[in-house]
Write a protein that binds this ligand. Sequence first.
Ligand code: GAP
Length: 437
Amino acid sequence: MAKKKSIDPLMDKLVSLCKRRGFVFQSSEIYGGLGSCWDYGPLGVELKNNVKRSWWEAMTHRRDDIEGLDAAILMHPKVWEASGHIDGFTDPLVDCKQCKHRFRADEIDLVKCPDCGGELTDPRTFNLMFKTFMGPVEEDASVVYMRPETAQGIYVNFHNVLQPSRQKVPFGIAQIGKAFRNEITPGNFIFRTREFEQMEMQYFVKPADDQKWFDYWKEQRWNWYLELGIRPEKLRWHEHGKDELAHYAKAAYDIEYEFSFGWKEIEGIHNRADFDLARHTEHSGKDLRYFDQAANEKYLPYIIETSAGADRGTLVVLADAFEEEQLEKDTRTVLRLSPKIAPIKAAVFPLVKKEGMPEVALKIYHDLKKHFKVFYDDGGAVGRRYRRMDEAGTPYCITVDGQTLEDDTVTVRERDSMEQTRHKIAELVELIGGKVG
Ligand code: GAP
């Protein structure tokens, strides 16, 4: 049978590189895979952790006004009534009566099935939350939901965090964690999946100051992508029109990235006003107002939310870094990842597996390992080893050669320029550590 022509060859190449180099694999692959679920391999877990660490540092460690949190995935079912997810977290869908394929009603023209031309059902609403049961009895009373966003864990803990931290409005709570959505049309690799990770921060402000903080957080979040090394021309803002705004939002802007499959949202910055704290006050019966000592008044703070996806962030850095560079004789595939998030910071090679070179290279490897993530490789021609590291996004390759044995110097090859310079072994920690930290 003729192979189906790919509609996104660039993404196909990236997916294939991710599998080949151990970034991302399909979940349960040996059983044929599970729809839109992906596993992060040895390099993928490092890369995603580095993206999350960069976010955590920018949003908590470098600041005095934001506290961290790690709330449970399963929450009281009333949380989802209060948040509006039970009634409102739905997509309209239609089914094809002939081929049984399912579509989001707002994504097709509703005349006939885009796959087989068959007749479509009327649109129905479909709740995107995954349901499960708590305890041994599978009955309505024991239904719980897999959280579709991490944000609610922050709202319900507003006072729990406020009191011990002794923060004062304005302040924020940040959290990274898994979220689950039974998406009707997942796809584009790790862009839209049913299990994913969010990096969310909720910033509690005086209602009158909401616009100031909304503008502030828009700027901060944009700059974070630049810090990750993303090309600014590939980023743009999308303001939500009145018809697009989520039920909770007073205003919303998305940061979009230009993927090979189009401009797509990677993060949302939302002014949620007092919607969340008001709803949780109403549904829980607990007063979630903030007491402003200086003004001697109680009020419900407004919330400015920054909501990013860790998987989408990882896809952005991969897509932005991927390049097939035309060289004189061949093409080199290279991931030009920022050294700060590259999974492996440096690789150490003996030029050949003899004359004492492996011993010196291994000593360098063990010494550098104490400072950052390094990789040792003595297999095959050195040129091929360089190329493997280019595909892994490793910014530096250190090679021990004949001269090393005479003067304790090595070559350091820089990934992007492929330039090689000689350095003393004793200088390597400072030379590389300063750039990858
Ligand atoms: N708390 C607000 C909220 O969840 P959202 O726009 O639904 O807002 C925020 O999601 C971010 O979460 C998105 O910009 C995206 O990065 C990520 N995200 C949402 N759904 C996703 C999915 N199915 N797969 C991967 N990432 C997703």
